[in-house]
Design a protein around this ligand. Sequence first.
Ligand code: NAD
Length: 468
Amino acid sequence: MTTFSMTIDGAPVAAEKTFGVVNPATGKVHAEAPDCTPQQLDAAMQSASKAYRDWKSDEAARRQALSAAGDALFAAASEIGPVLTGEQGKPLGEAELEVFGAGVWFKYYADLEIPAEVIQDDDQALIEVLRRPLGVVAAITPWNFPLVLASWKIAPALLAGNTVVLKPSPYTPLATLKMGELLAGVLPPGVFNVVSGGDQLGGAMTAHPVPRKISFTGSVSTGKRVAAAAAPDLKRVTLELGGNDPAIVLDDADPAAIAEKLFWGAFQNNGQVCSAIKRVYVPEALHDGLVEALVAQANSVKVGDGVAEGTQLGPINNRPQFERVSELVADALSSGAQAAAGGHPMKGDGFFFEPTILTDVSDGTRIVDEEQFGPALPIVTYRHLDEAIERANGTHFGLSGSVWSSDPERASTVGMQLEAGTVWVNNHLQLAPNQPFGGAKWSGIGVENGPWGYYGFTEIQVLHRSKG
Ligand code: NAD
């Protein structure tokens, strides 16, 4: 078995205790990850705190280091990719692309120009709005995209002059630990620390006195716990939480033309994407044509071990999530829904589930109302567009949504009525480093990416210089 180390103060730290990491394609423990002790967490926080003193003062050095980190990630895609597939389940090509994608985020922030903000410059005064770093950032990530979601935090946080202690999900710690080892080669000691452990380690980080900011991506329920834990110390928080994204198909859409994009908007990463399509609203007249086209997609997809040639969808990442998806689909079927495709777990030891298209299902059924976060998509009919918009907005979620139509202007008008952080027209899941991403309502607080994501790792300082 490969040994995985945490990275604290620029050096690999051997595990005093470990916990098992399961390969979701086999359902078996295939590696051991360090279980960070309270003393090791303290050491990581102290190291980050110490490193902050110099790191915050040299912007040119920070940009150079971020660029080097991007290059290091590009070069390590084929080495870290298999580690990510082994713990997460996604196809190898997508895992390598994720490592590469993390590098893209580092490169983007290495080059991002932050314009000077002068709000007054006359014979009375020169007044500037400056952005100061916050200090140590505690970053906490989920198991669906461990590396790229970490890069959304680390790169802007470091550019702003903060230092970071990162904790990945206990289901997917390994590739992140590898990233920590890799970046220790290009970042000064203590600037970026990686610790691993169970959920309680996340709690210990949010309660720790050192971090000044918690940047969290995960579920709504944990996000609320993080916000509560940050409050007594007034730590800043960014929360990127769950979604139940609606796709609204308008009556002028062509089902055959949109089905492929719509399918992958829902099933990318086996449906385990916060902003994946989680429910489709379709006019009654288009229902049968759309279902037929989506079923053809679902039945043609190759599901298997992510390391196998040609695999398009891997397993669900972990047993609790596999059981949750199984339960939500079974609940819908027992309430009268039909599985037009799939509908069942697949045989074998891994956490494989058939790509599932559900019909005869509506709001009020758990799989429509809750976030399923897996390969099962309910298709819901509507009669009047206003009613579809109201139903799409009728949840606590507000991450993203999409509108599908042969008239993009009309679709945009509908999209602007969605209570969501991002709305796509005739597409879904298109994300980029320069595009802010965040949720309305219970889907989050704050945004990541672009200059807006950078600002989230800073606080404003007004420098007011009197003249004359
Ligand atoms: P989760 O909330 O269970 O865990 C996320 C992380 O929080 C893990 O590292 C976990 O160990 C840690 N954690 C658990 N309890 C904690 C506590 N009390 N204090 C601090 N940290 C704690 O989420 P998950 O199951 O890993 O991920 C799936 C969820 O994440 C879905 O709801 C999905 O929509 C959401 N998500 C959101 C985004 C986004 O950008 N909005 C992106 C990806 C995933």
